[in-house]
Design a protein around this ligand. Structure first.
Ligand code: PMP
Length: 391
């Protein structure tokens, strides 16, 4: 059976070149960066090189501004708890948005129970953070504004530079969760007023279990993991050498391929979206039509459940999802789709296709060939469907 993978936000294949770069670090290049001998030096050089590559991907001024972590979740925790714990002298107010990943939502919720005041900004119908609300809510007591670069579920890209200007006008730091965006769209931390930026290796064809936090020099944070003082005291624990090498290689490849791949994927994405809304009545795009990740196609179909669509597509060999992998275990509709104003039933009728390097125009044609009849069949058995749509 033909299998088409369109769930890249849930997990990506590791690029062959990344795997090749990593392999010697499992069996031969096995030094610990803290060791004084040849093997230690070799490991130090490898980590330095990877750090530079990650720094280059996001336009950091110095490689020392990159801290390796275990992934996006840890980077988000380190940024938010790190700022909160270190800047209590200035204030206890944190501003975030209503469409963040659960690793930001639940970190803020935790801090809210421990003396911090959390404000969650609304977004418009496309998922763009409400800038006027930010201007209204920010005070001299605000220590951090945390918003994502782009939303992995609806694809919307946020006005980060403007958000950063407002944060800085009150002396607050700006943290950006760029896990969904990095490697797909150009990011320039210096130009975009970013103080802290979270990255995850697997979201750019690197291995799982490794990520990074960019911390601009002068940004005051405390560590959340204590121990041997690795990563300049900000992330103790023996460095994940092979993972770091892999993430560095993945960042290098992403930077080199970004422009061409973004153009290719955007073309496929737009063809896909147009095909769906043209062919299927009462189907709609979720998220912004143009300020959108090249890989992201999120569409909703009135009167039916996303879950039954996923199962029907899976039987035809197509893998997609109903939203974030992190919330798909619960039956709750996605908080992101509710935040852009969808009713519960519309949020439940949404499907997320995330495209990747291996997807082709043929794949899009194949899925567009299947979807109309699947939607029609499911609508025919749904009690919600108006009669005229069934016949
Ligand atoms: N932020 C966003 C936007 C994500 O999509 C994810 C999941 N890939 C994370 C954070 C968490 O990253 P990780 O799974 O590497 O902890």
């Amino acid at each position: 059976m033909r299998r088409i993978y369109m769930d890249h936000t849930a997990g990506m294949p590791v690029d062959e070149r990344v795997l090749e770069a990593m392999m010697p670090y499992f069996t031969q290049k096995i030094g610990n960066v803290s060791s004084a001998h040849f093997f230690g030096n070799e490991a130090r050089r490898a980590i330095d090189e990877a750090r530079s590559k990650v720094a280059e991907l996001i336009g950091a001024e110095k490689k020392e501004e990159i801290v390796f972590t275990s992934g996006g979740t840890e980077s988000n925790n380190l940024a938010i708890k790190g700022v909160a714990n270190r800047n209590k002298d200035k204030g206890n107010h944190i501003i975030t948005s209503s469409i963040e990943h659960m690793s930001v939502v639940n970190t803020c919720k935790h801090l809210g129970k421990h003396g911090f005041k959390i404000t969650s900004l609304p977004v418009d119908k496309y998922g763009i953070v409400d800038i006027e609300a930010l201007k209204k809510e920010i005070t001299d007591k605000t220590i951090l504004v945390s918003t994502m670069y782009a939303n992995g579920e609806i694809g919307t890209i946020e006005p980060i530079k403007e958000i950063g200007e407002i944060a800085h006008s009150k002396g607050a730091f700006l943290h950006v969760d760029a896990v969904a965006a990095a490697g797909q769209v150009p990011i320039d931390v210096q130009d975009e007023n970013i103080d802290l930026l979270s990255l995850s290796s697997n979201d750019m064809y690197g291995p799982r279990g490794i990520g990074a936090l960019y911390k601009k020099t002068g940004t005051r944070i405390l560590p959340i993991i204590h121990g041997g003082g690795q990563e300049r005291g900000l992330r103790s624990g023996t460095e994940n050498l092979s993972g770091i090498v892999g993430m560095g290689k993945a960042a290098e490849i992403a930077k080199a391929n970004m422009a061409a791949e973004a153009e290719r994927l955007s073309r496929l994405r737009d063809k896909f979206i147009k095909g769906v809304v043209d062919k299927i009545p009462e189907s709609y795009l979720n998220g912004h039509p143009t300020k959108r990740l090249p890989s992201n196609v999120n569409v909703r179909f009135s009167y039916i459940e996303g879950e039954s669509l996923i199962l029907s597509l899976d039987m035809e060999g197509v893998a997609c999802s109903s939203g974030s992998a992190c919330t798909s275990k619960t039956l709750e509709p996605s908080h992101v789709l509710l935040a852009i104003g969808l009713a519960h039933e519309d949020a439940h009728g949404s499907l997320l296709f995330t495209l990747g390097r291996q997807n082709t125009e043929e794949d899009i044609k194949y899925v567009l060939g299947l979807l109309p009849s699947i939607v029609k069949r499911l609508r025919a058995i749904s009690p919600l469907t108006p009669k005229e749509l069934v016949t």
